[in-house]
Design a binder for this molecule. Structure first.
Ligand code: SF4
Length: 235
């Protein structure tokens, strides 16, 4: 089977949630924060694919890649659109200081692991002046957000994908909180690869064999808590 970081994360949150989302096809409603995050990712990809882009190019990319779904009404949509523009204005300040060369944006990787296939998409890969390679993942929420607790595993997953599929061994793995201009960086540790591969493979094996027991410890944070039959957090 094919496993991405999102599938791995959802399965580890609650196997039954995986079944609902990826087997039964339950949809997670798009929130304003999620929609803006997609618009920003798309704008940054468009911007960095241009040759010597200007600040105006960034805002033109933002407008052309803007996703209008996920907002309650026009007023909310406009307020979030302005918020996105402020984030990009701040991002441009970082761009003026950047000394790295961007080697890739939105780079897909695929590699075999046992009988499974591991797939992912790296937001950005930078080369530093001293030759070090940095794998970067954009985050559009705050660095203090609860969501951040799961991100180190995601970075390690992408670091492994970079080395396995792209034949580039990263030196650094970075979460780039674009709304704050904050980067949280960890060194890439090849010694942890075997453990990570084992984790991915074991979970892929369980998914493939159809093992989807509910794990109700995740219910209070689950998108399906109000309609899932096993939920202990219906509100
Ligand atoms: S509500 Fe609880 S049991 Fe149901 S899918 Fe979500 S986490 Fe799993």
């Amino acid at each position: 089977m094919e496993i991405s970081f999102t599938r791995l994360r959802v399965y580890r949150e609650c196997p039954w949630k995986y079944q609902l989302q990826f087997v039964a096809g339950w949809r997670i409603p798009l929130t304003p924060a999620g929609s803006l995050g997609l618009s920003l990712h798309r704008a940054l990809e468009c911007f960095h694919r241009k040759d010597n882009p200007s600040g105006d190019d960034l805002f033109a990319c933002y407008e052309s890649r803007w996703l209008s779904a996920g907002y309650a009404d026009d007023g909310a949509r406009e307020a979030w659109r302005k918020k996105g523009r402020r984030i990009l204005e701040r991002y441009l300040a970082d761009e003026r200081e950047r000394r790295t060369v961007i080697e890739a944006v939105e780079r897909e990787f695929v590699f075999p692991l046992g009988r499974h296939e591991v797939r992912g998409m790296i937001d950005r890969i930078d080369r530093h002046p001293d030759g070090r390679l940095e794998v970067m993942d954009y985050k559009t929420y705050s660095s203090g957000d609860e969501l951040g607790k799961r991100d180190n595993l995601q970075l390690r997953f992408y670091g492994l994908g970079c080395r396995e599929a792209l034949a580039k061994t990263p030196d650094m793995l970075t979460l780039y909180y674009v709304a704050e201009g904050k980067k949280v960086t960890m060194e890439y540790d090849p010694a942890g690869e075997a453990e990570l591969q084992k984790l991915i493979q074991e979970n892929a094996d369980r998914i493939e064999s159809g093992r989807f027991p509910p794990d109700t410890t995740f219910c209070p944070r689950c998108d399906f808590r109000s309609r899932c039959a096993y939920s202990v957090a219906k509100d």
